[in-house]
Write a protein that binds this ligand. Structure first.
Ligand code: HJL
Ligand code: ZN
Length: 215
């Protein structure tokens, strides 16, 4: 029997984004594969207390490095992760998707797309204990007037109305350059979403985030 494309190694180039339904999947790895991830996720399958948050933040930083520099925003990277076992469900970076898109928005939209649901309904197909790792605190106000990522995170609800993004891990607070003091973390915490600062990568995160800025 021929192996499915994804198992042959370079599969992610050939996966089509056919609609998945959560019930039809054996594991979420199938979806991770269709989103272009390595077949063997080194973080997957671990008990929550052994998840290496800094390693995941480094992977979010690797995403941020792919972002095209732009003087009027930050180059940010984000991962959507299953909080129960550390599995990376989707990755995103600033301006990855068409339009003026943010990193957190991109990973939500990409996961939604893999399940053929709209970004607004992504909570219906996410694990009940999902987390976002983002190199920068999610935005609560955008100069462009687009919907802030905090609102995108808060509206992410399961079919029975439960919040499914339970935690946000952030690498740095947003600098005050564009919108003054960002109230993103405070708003998430008011909604009961736990925010955790993963320390140790601040310098590198800010260097990448501001690469496109006039110095
Ligand atoms: C986060 C991102 C990104 C920002 N923050 N958490 N993820 N670019 O992907 C925050 C910054 C806004 C500016 C410009 N950046 O992006 O405050 O043009 O990018 O709507 O306010 O707003 P637009
Ligand atoms: Zn944002």
């Amino acid at each position: 029997m021929t192996q499915p494309a994804a198992r042959r190694g370079h599969g992610h180039d050939h996966i089509n984004f056919a609609a998945h339904s959560r019930e039809s999947l054996t594991t979420t790895s199938t979806i991770a594969m269709s989103l272009g991830h390595r077949f063997a996720d080194p973080h997957a399958g671990k008990p929550p207390h052994t998840i290496d948050h800094q390693a995941l933040m480094r992977e979010a930083l690797d995403e941020a490095r792919k972002s095209p520099p732009k003087p009027s925003n930050y180059s940010v990277g984000a991962l959507l992760v299953d909080g129960d076992n550390g599995e990376v469900l989707a990755r995103g970076y600033t301006l990855e998707l068409e339009g003026n898109t943010h990193a957190e928005q991109c990973c939500l939209a990409k996961f939604a797309q893999a399940f053929d649901v709209s970004e607004e309904r992504v909570g219906e197909v996410l694990p009940a204990n999902s987390a976002i790792y983002t190199t920068m605190e999610p935005c609560n106000l955008r100069l462009s007037g687009n919907l802030p990522c905090v609102d995108r995170i808060i509206r992410t609800k399961s079919k029975d109305g439960r919040a499914v993004i339970r935690k946000v891990y952030l690498g740095v607070k947003e600098p005050e350059k564009f919108v003054g003091e960002n109230q993103g973390r405070a708003k998430l915490e008011d909604e009961g979403i736990e925010c955790v600062h993963v320390s140790g990568l601040e310098q590198e995160i800010l260097k990448v985030a501001t690469a496109g800025h006039d110095k």
